[in-house]
Design a protein. Sequence first.
Lengths: 426, 273
Amino acid sequence: MASRTTFRDFRAGWSRVPLIGWLFGALLAVTLERLAGAPIAMFFGLPKIPALFGLDIMLKKPLLIPNAFLYVLLVYGLPMGIATRAGIGPANRLATGLFRLPIMVTTAVYIGFLYAIFHVWAELNDYRALVLKLTLIAVMFTLSLNVINGYMGEFSCSHPGFMALGAYCASVFSLGMFVDTRFFGTALLPPALGPFLFPVILVLGGLLAAAAALIVAVPSFRTRGDYLAIISLAFLFIVKSLIENLEYVRGPRGLSGQPDWANLPTVFLWTVACVWSINNFVRSTIGKALNAVRDNEMAASAMTVDTRRTKMVAFLFSAFWAGIAGGLFAHVLRYVNPGTFSIQSLAEVLAMVYFGGLNSVYGSIVGAVSISLLGEVLRPLEIFKWIIIPLLLILVMIYRPTGLVAFKDVDVTELFRPKTGPGDGV
Amino acid sequence: MSPNCSGPRRVRAMGSEMPVLEVREMSHNFGGLRAVNGYHLEIDAGQIRGLIGPNGAGKTTIFNLISGIYTPMEGEVLLNGRKVNGLPSHRIASMGISRTFQNLLLWRHMTVLEHVKMAHYSRIKYGLIGAFFGTGKRLREEEEIEERALGLLEMMGIRHLANQVVLNLPYGAQRRVEMARALATDPKVLLLDEPTAGMNPEELVQIMEIIRRAHREFGLAILLIEHRLKVVMELCERIQTLNFGEVIAEGTPEEIRSDPKVIDAYLGKESVI
């Protein structure tokens, strides 16, 4: 009993660290790793700097588990713990100052900090950068699916199809216009223009996905539940076999050689835009209409909610972001084939949505990050990876049927609020 | 939307004797069953009308037909002289026919405040741009809606529950949420489907007071389905009795009470059971 109280007291020491304090701590830790990570890793007898918080090493070489653990504690745990604790005062003063600025400015500062952490962390090796980019794309993809499956409560299986359309559309444009290829011929525009037109290309992919979403959205006016799930599954198959049989995009061989435009800042900014706009949408009364339609459609329409418009907007908006995620995905891997967007990828994204939490922006982030990282970390286990992740999912479904962090949207003003007590006089 | 709404109002202000809601010769079949036959109704602004009848007489079907959940097969529904039957139900609702449901159709994951805000849906002007990008216009509009919603909750005496999820509320409070939500659509006609179902005597008195208040403050025309005759007799000016989809008697509470057909169809047989 006594130890539990001590632990609570110990933890309470950090309860007043504002978000900016944590960001500073994390930035300090990743900077430390960048400067002194290699010698520390060598000191602990690790072959190289652990790429994913030591988890990647633990499974490959179980004997090194204590060493990896100590490394993580020394590089991440201690600096973050000490810096955040010691910096409560200044951090809160800074948070108060930032809080007084216009909300857009404050948000930009916080996002800048977050990006700095990602940048320093991912700079260390290419593997980290790739995992980070794919995780950010998974966040977009999961969140866009959550709009349908969580907020609107329909079970849509069509999302990998939307992603495929976005990926192929963006690839065709970028390969056809900016790259000399055997199948699309010579470049139509100077490649130097490419990075500037990349957002336009991505948006075109998103719009194609949104247009295709009409095929699922229109039946959703009359069909619900299982039947709509079947329709959306059929849509996924249609898209996949369409691409497989379309010689114009080289069928099952896929497209490769996409230009290297999807660097970390690009992917990060698109992810921020996606989270921001979806979070905005679901917090507005127009967005809450999704919940009303889910919980009782008849009551929604009796209370003036245009249910058809609501469903249409939800499907098109969600498909748009899935399409953007697809375009980025194709340009991160610089290769795309129809096999990527199969039932397997549907299962993965559904796992992320339901693991993280339905009807929840935080939940989508938690789900996408944890399943992506787990997928990477458990890679050494090969086939057993696909036993462990589903088992985890089953456990979550038993103990928290709506997912880990369900029903929680981001409220930036709550998030950025300085955590000052009554006696601080700030 | 607004020209449609303000037009008929102006007509009334000029002193026309047109009823707010008029239903002419409305009939509807479910398969081979004649659920409603030649139903007729006229309510003026500020009138409370009752609709009684044994179970399965077609009372709720009439509500569903007027509010557009079903489209009547024959007949017309006129709101301020404008034909509304055939329109989708959200359009009818935004034109001024609001309702509550017999079995409380609330949105179980939403808070009380969100319920009442949602009923302002048709009057939101910030559109999708505002919804996606969180413009200043949206902030202002959402604030206005919230203020109005809180005012309605205050009137219903449930303002302190504003941030509760409806699922956790006691039954009486849920009824009030539904009432506040129905009033938030800014109706001209309010259809109340058994507002006192499942209430204890104390809650009964409160809900009757709320109906009277809503009626007084908004000048609403109210059509009320009710099983408890005490409530209907006390609240309504005129009462229609329905049996097998047809109006068998219509009149003041006194007339209805003494009408042999009503006693036969409703009071006599049903109440003995």
